[in-house]
Ligand binder design. Sequence first.
Ligand SMILES: N[C@@H](CCC(=O)N[C@@H](CS)C(=O)NCC(=O)O)C(=O)O
Length: 232
Amino acid sequence: MTTLADFPITQKWPPANPDVIQLYAFPTPNGVKASIMLEETGLPYEAHKVTLADADVKSAEFLSLNPNNKIPAIIDPDGPGGEPLGLWESGAILIYLAEKTGKFMGDSPTQKYATHQWLMFQMGGVGPMFGQLGFFYKFAGSEYEDKRPQQRYINEAKRLLAVLEKHMEGHDWVTGAYSIADIAIAPWLRALDFYGARDVVGWGNHKNLVAYLDRFLDRPAVQKGLVTPSRD
Ligand SMILES: N[C@@H](CCC(=O)N[C@@H](CS)C(=O)NCC(=O)O)C(=O)O
């Protein structure tokens, strides 16, 4: 039978409590999806800080769990059949934890598929597009002379915000009840502030999204998840 000790990542980030879920992350918009979900479900877990530096995400130990060198990743020592399960890709982690606990994926098949739909909208749209906006607007790409890539991602972010703003009219949460779709989407809306890109995408004109993000940030589990693991 496989145990946690069989995962090489535990050599670089040793578990203090090998019986609980091990989270390997950093508090970025993708990383906090996993920590917020763990906080919301109340599942016991231990958070290990894995920075975005090559020494961490490209270490042999981290790559042994996630060959795609990106946080977040988890190991559940009590996975399917009682065997340990390693998992990466934040959307897959959210679905796994939702199924494990029976929480935050909707109470009916229709709601469940709507939750999947908006989760995929984040994974394939909001996350990658806002991430590129961050690169071209705040980070290294902001110095490129050719502004067409920057404009492309500003336009795409605006388009995605308009889709969400319209959808959120009359809704507290993306699929009606609070779900993993919210846990995936809202941290990316928050990231626009970190990128200094709120004005350029007209954030303040999206009254439904402004209220939605405040509602999300009011949740105690969200507040805890946003600082787990600590950056320090
Ligand atoms: N699709 C992945 C994206 C994860 C991702 O982009 N993680 C970033 C931080 S937000 C990362 O680990 N970057 C390190 C690197 O690319 O070297 C997911 O949702 O889990």
